[in-house]
Design a protein around this ligand. Structure first.
Ligand code: NAP
Length: 272
């Protein structure tokens, strides 16, 4: 499995997104992903499936040290005492003694970022998280967070796919040595039905969904596609045996559109 290095972390470049994968059926998909070779699982306290992720991990028989597990602290829990409680609850849910990566799920303007970053660093110092990072941070917030943290941030997890231009956040992350993790990398399924991606994919014997993932990887991203279909797990993994040409990369870059987000951010007070 290809890895992406960022500020001391080695993060598998492909992970499994697990939003809405829960219960026995969700755990079965996650377990199967691990058996097929996925070595990075993305969950969050808010997904309500950390117990299922932990169960799948144990059922897979894959050693704990071989799997990179990410979870996230909800925006409502960013005051230090709450953050600590939420992170420990996530570990109890997962039945793990530490996660590989703990992220702030969304920023929260009502809680001073300095306090939140202090609490995140404490989670790392005390061994609950091997690495820390953020999610849904704008350029300004990312730079503030990196300045406030006494520990390096390893990723900013953001929505990114061919319909959404993210070059400013990408450049800000690169300046700080922070990897970008692309969530909704198939635009929640939309990219799988895209004519341009399908046409380009045909030349390589690949599907439109695979082209979307490959485009992100060639742009330096870590990708965390989700599927509830076991047959699609292998499809979404098979993105490291072909390369898009420069003109194909550029053509896909032109699919970006205004309001290209597929994830609703309307509720998030800090999002611009
Ligand atoms: N940090 C955040 O705020 C945040 C926000 C959103 C998501 N995330 C994370 O990112 C992960 C991925 O994002 P996402 O779940 O929003 O969207 P996504 O991975 O872009 O797309 C998932 C959707 O695409 C379909 N799909 C997957 N592979 C396919 C393929 N090869 N061909 C056709 N359709 C395919 C799936 O349907 P089937 O199940 O039917 O295959 C599902 O409906 C999440 O699960 C979560 O872990 C984080």
């Amino acid at each position: 499995m290809q890895v992406t290095e960022a500020n001391g972390a080695k993060i598998p470049t492909l992970g499994l997104g697990t939003w809405q994968l829960s219960g026995r059926s969700g755990a079965r998909v996650i377990e199967q992903a691990l058996r097929l070779g996925y070595r990075h699982i993305d969950t969050a306290k808010n997904y309500g499936n950390e117990r299922d992720v932990g169960e799948a991990l144990r059922a897979s028989g894959i050693g704990r040290e071989e799997v990179f597990v990410t979870t996230k602290v909800p925006a409502s829990d960013l005051a230090p005492a709450n953050l600590e409680r939420a992170a420990k609850q996530s570990l109890a849910n997962l039945r793990l003694s530490e996660v590989n990566l703990l992220l702030i799920h969304w920023p929260n303007a009502r809680i001073p970022l300095a306090e939140t970053m202090g609490a995140m660093c404490k989670m790392k110092h005390e061994g609950y998280a091997r690495h820390i990072g953020v999610s849904n941070f704008t350029v300004a917030l990312l730079e503030e967070a990196a300045t406030l943290a006494s520990e390096p941030l390893v990723t900013n997890q953001i929505e990114w796919h061919p319909y959404l231009e993210q070059s400013k956040v990408q450049a800000a992350c690169a300046r700080q040595g922070i990897a970008v993790t692309a969530y909704s990398p198939i635009a929640q399924g939309q990219a799988a039905g895209d004519d341009t991606l399908a046409r380009i994919g045909k030349r390589h014997g690949k599907t439109a969904g695979q082209v979307s993932l490959r485009w992100l990887v060639q742009n330096g991203a870590i990708v965390i596609p989700r599927t509830s279909k076991i047959e699609r797990l292998s499809e979404n993994m098979a993105i490291f045996d072909f390369a898009l040409a420069d003109d194909e990369m550029a053509e896909i870059g032109k699919l970006a559109r205004r309001n290209g987000r597929v994830v609703n951010t309307g509720w998030a007070p800090d999002w611009d």
